[in-house]
Design a protein around this ligand. Sequence first.
Ligand SMILES: [Zn+2]
Length: 184
Amino acid sequence: MIGIAKITTIFAGILTFLGIIGPASIMASPIPAAIPNPISIPQQAQQDESLLVARETLTKRRKIVISHPDDECMFFGPTLLSLQNRKNQIHVLCLSIGNESGLGELRKKELERSCFTLGIDVGNVNIIDHPLLQDGLNNNWDPSLISDKINDYVTTHRIDTIITFDEKGVSSHPNHVAAFKGAR
Ligand SMILES: [Zn+2]
């Protein structure tokens, strides 16, 4: 159970950002509302260093949990761009290197390039290569293992909100569904 961050899922077929919901609960339907700017500081006051520190403290840290390299642009591209426009700090946690066809190392690099293109700090892209989290339609991932990985990241990076697939994994891929279960 993820107790710290809020969790938002991508509802099947919806590729716009869905909104913010209560802790450790799953959104059942999309909310088309925009995210409010986390803080508004008058122009003159922005010169005050202490207020700059306060603004940094209040910057929202959002994390996208995906299962494979390419999920970030295939399923979350509009969401990521929308979040970037609102000055959120975006993190990406990829649960596998996508090595089903033996191209995992290449796909890791592709994910980093893709995130860079989407405006995400490559230092905030974390790719897991765990023997029990290998890409594949027949590989059943343990949600408790995923939950542990997510929890570690949320705690270390003080993440406010987790965004991931819906209960059907958007495309029904079992690795996507496992990401949803692990995020709960
Ligand atoms: Zn995928």
